[in-house]
Structure formats: C-alpha cells, structure tokens
Design a protein around this ligand. Sequence first.
Ligand SMILES: [Zn+2]
Length: 382
Amino acid sequence: MSKDEEIKQRQRLSSYGSYRPEKCMICGTTFQDQRPCNSHSIPQFVLKSLNNGASGNDKSGQFYPLNSFLQIPWVNKVNGRNNTGTFSLLCKKCDGSCFQNYERADIYTKSLLGNANLQTILNEIAMKNYLYSYYDAKKTIARIEKELRQEETSSFTSRKELNRRIQILNQQLDAETANAKDSFQGFKNTCSIRAKLQSKPSTILYTVDFYHQYNRLFPLAFQGKITIEYDCWGNHINNLFAFDQATQDMHLCIFPIRGTTMVLSFSRRKDKKIQLIRKNLNKKKVDETAKALTAMAMTASGNFAVYINTPESIFNNQYLRSLAGETGTILTHTYTQNNNVSPSQAQKLAHQSVRENHITGARKHLADYLKIPNKLIGLNNV
Ligand SMILES: [Zn+2]
C-alpha cells in the first residue's frame, strides 16, 4: 500500500467518528448537557509508571499499542496516555465514584490478597473489563454501519464487488453485535455481584487464580478479560461456537508499579473450567506463568500498552506477531439471556464471528507460550 493510500484510508476511518452512548451505563443519566467521561481501563498510575520505565526519565507520555506487532499501516503505531485503553460510556460522577478501590495505587502490594475489600476490588476490575470490551464492540459497529451506508451510495465499484463488500461488512456487523451482547451480559453480571457485595461484603464471589509481584518492571501493561477456547496446556475452556452457553472468562492485570510488576488473574468462583488453568498457573515457575498469561492475553484482547523505549526487534518477532494476529480472529459466541436468537441463526452468527475470515490457530500458538521473549517479561537476556 502506498503512502497516499495509507493516508486516504486513515482519513476515511477517522471521518467515521466514534460511538457515543445516549446515557450513562451505570446510573442512566442522559448525556444531553454533558459529554461521557474518558474512562481508563488501565489505571493512570500504571501507565505513568510504565512511561517512566526502568530509567525513570521518559516523559513522552506515549506507548506502543498491540498494532505495533500487527503493523497495520493505517492504524496508529503510537498512542498517548489519553487514548490508551479508554472508553466513553459513563458519566463523570459514576466514573469517579464506582472504581475508587481499584484506582488506589497503594493497594497493589504483597498484602493485596489480605485486603478486606479484595472482592470489591476484583469486582471493580471486572466491571471495567466488560465496559471496555462493550465499548470496543460498539465502536466497531458504529464504524461498520457508516461504511455500509457509504458503500451503498458508492458508484466506483462494480455491482458484484459492491455486493461482496456489503456481505462481508454485514457478517462483521453480526459478529460485533454478538460481541457487544456478550460484554453487556458480563457487565450486568458484575452489577449484580456489586449489589451482593454491598449488602454482604464477606461474600466470596471471585477466586484469585494467580498473584505474584515480580521485583522488576515489565515493559508492558495489560488489563482485560480473557475468553479463550483452549488454554496454553490444551485444556478446553470454552466452546465458543456454542450459542446457548455463557463463557467462562478470566480477568488479568499486568501492572508495572514503582519498579515492580503485579500480575493478577482471577475469575468468578462459579466458573469451574478456570480451575484447569489455575492448576497450571500455580504449578509452573513464576516466569513461565507470566509468559503463559501474556500469551493468552495477546490472543484474546488488544488492551496492551508497551513501553516506548522497547527495542524494535520485539515488534518483528514472528511468534509475537502471530499471537497478536489472533485478536483479529477472536471467536465469540452468541449467548443471549432472553434467547431471542433462534438456534440456526445463532450458529450462523457464531461461525461468522471468526473475524478477518481466518479460523484461529490460537491453540497451537498458545502451546508454544515459552517462545515469548524474556525481554517482554522484563528479563534482560533475550
Ligand atoms: Zn452515571
């Protein structure tokens, strides 16, 4: 693709704008007189810590996003702190009041697991993760709808080509609609868990699957939900083609803070399949576990921020590039609580949801998780 085409594609995509909700997802206040808040799904103090790096003197405020591995020419190669992992779905009041526990930098110490508010902290993280995924899907839906409108009035392509484009866009639209529904359902679940915890704070609804504080900075930060078909050890976790099953999600935080890196993964206590992952996470050496979790995160989510002074060779690593490519081929499923999707429709949707037209090779890539370079988990020897 030439530079000119690249610029055109960039301009075309940015002209589509973004998704703007009508009301706050939490309290329902309409956004007539105010704009939705720019919420962060990776805490600001983590990004600042990552920004400073080991030398403690980088002031660029910039990060490499997952696209630095994918290297799609018209997608940003560098992001600033204010557009790294952000979503706009909440009013300022809810954004400021609903995540107070998780946004305290001082709780991420060795005593986190003993914190009396641990369940609330985990619930706040899970809520952010579902909101981020929901926003991501809604943004894509808004873009596809605009593209569809433009294609329908386009006079430059042949009728056959036009029909093919419209068909692909419609398939992507169906897939993203299913994604949005799943994330919305996950969000609703976290709302009811929140209510339960408020009335009875001692209830245990989440299980910590892995927790370790590494005495070094990782050159990356991550936060998100991980929904996978197979884990790194070949365990079958979700049947992402099954339309009538809710997924079992794992939540992961990789937070470089003050010269250390906290890696935390957790899941809902009732999601028993995650136990299969937990067993392996705790059986391995902690550096191997960090690699396994990073690999699973790279196949399942794009919510990464990579330290700006990371050497270029990392982004050309073929293994990492294939792992990152799997986010474009995330399988999703069409679980709807009200069952208003017929089985045949749902099956069709599930199959269409293999984005970018490729069946995922994630299982094989995940089994090779030890190929993650040491540098990516903060060890100096490559
Ligand atoms: Zn609100």
